[in-house]
Design a protein around this ligand. Structure first.
Ligand SMILES: NC(=O)C1=CN([C@@H]2O[C@H](COP(=O)(O)OP(=O)(O)OC[C@H]3O[C@@H](n4cnc5c(N)ncnc54)[C@H](OP(=O)(O)O)[C@@H]3O)[C@@H](O)[C@H]2O)C=CC1
Ligand SMILES: CC(=O)N[C@@H](CCC(=O)OP(=O)(O)O)C(=O)O
Length: 326
């Protein structure tokens, strides 16, 4: 049995992973935590999320004493906290010997120069960053098993990289063009004007400047054009990606490249059939569909995931299971 502390448990990804860990027979929840001065400290999780009324646990403030208790009792922490909070907590728990599964972007780039530009901070823990592994579960399983510091990928990068990484050897020089639409839970639970009901309307944002563009490029090994869109629905990401493949590439080459997922139970690949969000929301699955125009060499591949599941919590659970060999 492995004991897991969940920090940021009142947020969307934190509550989601709480429900997933609660359902795992070989995992136990050491505790659920929010910030020291949180308005939700002391409240039952089920007060915030009645759907989880079967989970009889309260949200505790992450005090100095609580951190010591976590060290005594837990094997690992899940950080479902914003980047700057994860930056410090991850380093502290890692250095004390726990395994860390961080849902934020604070440990996803090996290159410290990326953080001031994309996250607005200097990376204060380069020695811990050097140990971090990118938790793209279908691609980095041996590294996830071997490291105690796992940076769980962002939601858009998970959808995009799952579609593009099999094609890496077939890509021509043109940048893949990724257009992706996310549900509003992707922006987290806290109130913000741009995510309020009357404000949300399908629109691009972060054009030519979203931090997931370099995350995708870094872990693909090729520059991309990435345009996210906010849609007026709650959960899910659909990324529709256009790529030009090397001259001479055939449908058989593409089918063979996607054969890498034949042994991946959570990734389904279809030829000439495209995924729908309704088929993946509330599941840990990624559905891919592709079509190729041999005359022009252009391929369109669509990738659908649930941003809170495969894009965050269920991928973190995959990483926990890989790490602890469960
Ligand atoms: N939403 C999504 O689809 C995805 C999110 N992510 C990443 O996961 C992380 C969490 O995202 P999300 O769940 O959406 O965020 P939310 O805003 O919904 O939740 C954030 C949680 O962190 C808690 N928190 C804030 N400050 C602290 C602190 N100092 N110590 C302990 N807990 C704290 C909050 O509670 P309180 O403020 O009451 O203390 C809340 O429980 C972020 O880094 C995000 O970028 C990654 C992939 C997908
Ligand atoms: C709809 C929405 O706002 N989505 C978030 C991405 C959520 C995610 O994956 O988060 P991190 O990479 O920050 O962990 C955004 O565009 O900032």
């Amino acid at each position: 049995m492995k004991n897991i502390a969940i920090i940021g448990a009142s947020g969307y990804t934190g509550a989601q992973i709480t429900s997933l860990i609660d359902a795992e027979p070989e995992l136990a929840i050491q505790g659920l935590y929010v910030s020291e001065n949180s308005l939700d400290k002391g409240r039952p999780l089920a007060d915030l999320y009645p759907v989880y009324s079967h989970i009889d646990l309260c949200l505790s403030p992450l005090t100095a004493e609580a951190k010591e208790k976590i060290l005594d009792e837990a094997d690992a922490v899940v950080l479902a906290t914003e980047h700057s909070v994860s930056l410090e907590l991850a380093a502290w728990f890692y250095e004390q010997g726990l395994a860390v599964f961080d849902l934020s972007g604070a440990y996803r780039f090996a290159d410290t120069a990326q953080y001031p530009k994309w996250y607005g901070f200097e990376h204060s823990h380069p020695e811990v960053l050097a140990e971090a592994v990118y938790g793209l579960a279908e691609w980095n399983a041996p590294q996830i098993a071997a490291s105690r510091m796992i940076a769980v990928p962002g939601c858009y990068p998970t959808a995009s990289l799952t579609a593009l990484k099999p094609l890496a050897a077939l890509l021509g020089p043109a940048r893949p063009v990724i257009n992706a639409v996310s549900g509003v839970t992707g922006a987290g639970r806290k109130a913000q004007l741009h995510t309020s009901f009357c404000e949300v309307s399908l629109t691009p944002y972060g054009v030519l400047g979203h931090r997931h563009q370099p995350e995708i490029a870094t872990h693909l090994g090729q520059e991309v054009i990435f345009t996210p869109h906010l849609g007026n629905f709650k959960r899910g990401i659909l990324a529709t990606i256009t790529v030009q493949l090397k001259p001479g590439t055939t449908e058989a080459d593409i089918a063979s490249a996607y054969g890498v997922y034949d042994t991946a139970p959570l990734v389904t690949v279809k030829h000439n059939q495209f995924p729908k969000l309704d088929d993946v929301v509330h599941t840990p699955n990624c559905h891919l569909g592709w079509k190729f125009d041999a005359a022009s060499g252009y391929l369109v591949v669509a990738s659908a995931i649930d941003n809170l599941m495969k894009g965050a919590a269920s991928q973190a659970l995959q990483c926990i299971k890989l790490h602890f060999a469960l």
